[in-house]
Design a protein around this ligand. Structure first.
Ligand code: ZN
Length: 182
């Protein structure tokens, strides 16, 4: 497996609409290896999620996992999810506010308001259809990662930019608040 390079804010690939993964493409050893590399990269960099555009592939693929994460110590455990071509089938009116960070925006955190509950359908790595309902932390991670597939990053979703915070200051002043996301 290989550690993939992360696209940083300002790289145009983060602003593109990602292309759906085709069944033919998904079957190839290259694409399967790419998914393994995404998981490896997320784990190595302590992300709780990673979207393909963040590693220079404008494809609709996201990986999510959280287990004893040091960047997000308060995060609940989430078992590994590999999700292709995801679409929201439900987004609740009810909202939650939480701190988010992103591997493409080094050392920054900001408060984002997201829907409390979502339902998503998509495909797993073998192109089997997959459906899931999520709330709380998992719902936020899904909204954050699927945003990447539509050329959006968390700062676009911030309603109050005065909460944008450097990590050092976050640890000093804000880390006592419940932390969300990746
Ligand atoms: Zn991100």
């Amino acid at each position: 497996m290989a550690l993939l390079k992360i696209a940083k804010l300002g790289n145009p690939i983060l602003r593109q609409l990602a292309a759906p993964v085709t069944a033919e493409e998904c079957e190839t050893p290259q694409f399967q290896k790419f998914l393994d590399d995404m998981v490896e990269t997320m784990r190595t960099l302590d992300g709780v999620g990673l979207a393909a555009p963040q590693v220079f592939q404008s494809k609709q693929a996201v990986v999510i996992e959280s287990a004893g994460n040091t960047r997000y110590p308060n995060a609940p455990d989430l078992s590994l999810l590999i999700l292709l071509n995801p679409v929201f089938t439900f987004i609740s009116e009810e909202k939650q506010e939480g701190w988010e960070g992103c591997l493409s925006l080094d050392n920054l955190r900001g408060k984002v308001v997201r829907s409390l509950k979502v339902a998503v359908k998509g495909y797993d790595r073998t192109m089997r259809p997959l459906q899931l309902d999520a709330e709380g932390f998992m719902a936020v991670v899904l909204q954050h990662e699927i945003d990447h597939l539509h050329g959006k990053v968390f700062v676009d979703r911030m309603t109050d930019l005065t909460t944008l915070t450097h990590m050092a200051e976050f640890d000093k002043y804000w880390n006592k608040e419940p932390t969300t996301v990746g």
